[in-house]
Design a protein around this ligand. Structure first.
Ligand SMILES: NC(=O)c1ccc[n+]([C@@H]2O[C@H](COP(=O)([O-])OP(=O)(O)OC[C@H]3O[C@@H](n4cnc5c(N)ncnc54)[C@H](OP(=O)(O)O)[C@@H]3O)[C@@H](O)[C@H]2O)c1
Length: 248
């Protein structure tokens, strides 16, 4: 493929779990990709793995709780690729606390990593997304945010986490209302439990093999990336098989 026409993605939370699976899948689809996560070690090994298979992948460590890191990430991506067809927001943090036990630290961390970072990243990257959509009017450019089914239906113990995800769903809708006529739209994917590090403690009561798979989420991201810019998909709920469709 001509490197100047290669589609390009930026994936946050790309060192592990859902973000790593989406990154592998996008590389297999021929994307050039910027991967980011907080800790350099996990990110470096993921990037080395992708590069050894011939991918145009590079890693930029960035703490989503730190606005300066986000600014640096945006500049580094733009310098490296100069375009952005797909922005995947997968970095996230959760803690299990009843409302009566909430701590300021846990509230601030989830608000900053799950919500403020997503807002600042989309805002800072919109000029690049718009420019890419302008050059590729058929496909446009897309933002995919990893929200959660807890942003659609509340769960005990996940009040703050679910509230950040509900806000992310609303934010993605607002992005599409403002930007879809410029060829840029956003989708919030809302999965039930997925077997990653985030659900290690839950896997004692919900078997890992009954959870939504990261591979299916990656498949959904690729499907969204193939739609024409005429179609906006505000929300995709992906729930576990069983009788309780709206539970995590
Ligand atoms: N697993 C589930 O059941 C589930 C269900 C619904 C939605 N989701 C959402 O899907 C997304 C991915 O979840 P996952 O299960 O893949 O999580 P995970 O396995 O715990 O991986 C989290 C990823 O986010 C990165 N990250 C965490 N805090 C960060 C920070 N402060 N700055 C930058 N990067 C940070 C991690 O990098 P480091 O290792 O460097 O910290 C890692 O790459 C999250 O937004 C989550 O809320 C998950």
């Amino acid at each position: 493929m001509d490197p100047t026409s290669r589609r390009v993605a930026l994936v946050t939370g790309a060192s592990r779990g859902i973000g790593a699976e989406i990154s592998r899948r996008l590389v297999a689809e021929g994307y050039g990709i910027t991967l980011t996560a907080r800790r350099p070690a996990g990110l470096e090994s993921m990037v080395a793995d992708l590069q050894s298979g011939g991918a145009a992948a590079h890693g930029i460590p960035a703490n989503m709780a730190d606005p300066e890191s986000i600014t640096d990430l945006v500049a580094a991506h733009e310098r490296c690729f100069g375009r952005l067809d797909l922005l995947v927001l997968s970095a996230g943090a959760g803690s299990d606390e009843r409302v009566i036990d909430l701590t300021l630290k846990a509230v601030d961390l989830q608000l900053s990593v799950n919500l403020r970072a997503q807002m600042m990243l989309v805002s800072a990257l919109l000029p690049l997304l718009r420019a890419t959509a302008g050059a590729e009017p058929h496909l446009g450019a897309r933002v995919v945010g990893l929200a959660s089914i807890t942003g659609v239906a509340a769960e005990p113990g996940l009040s703050v986490y679910g509230a950040t995800k509900a806000a992310l769903i609303s934010f993605c809708e607002a992005v599409s209302t403002e930007e879809s006529t410029n060829g840029v739209s956003a989708t919030a994917i809302c999965p039930g439990y997925v077997a990653t590090d985030m659900t290690t403690s839950i896997q004692q009561r919900v078997p890992a093999d009954s959870m939504v798979t990261a591979a299916d989420i990656a498949e959904m991201v690729v499907a969204l990336s193939r739609l024409s810019a005429k179609t906006v998909v505000p929300t995709v709920v992906m729930t576990r098989a069983g009788s309780e469709l709206w539970r995590a």
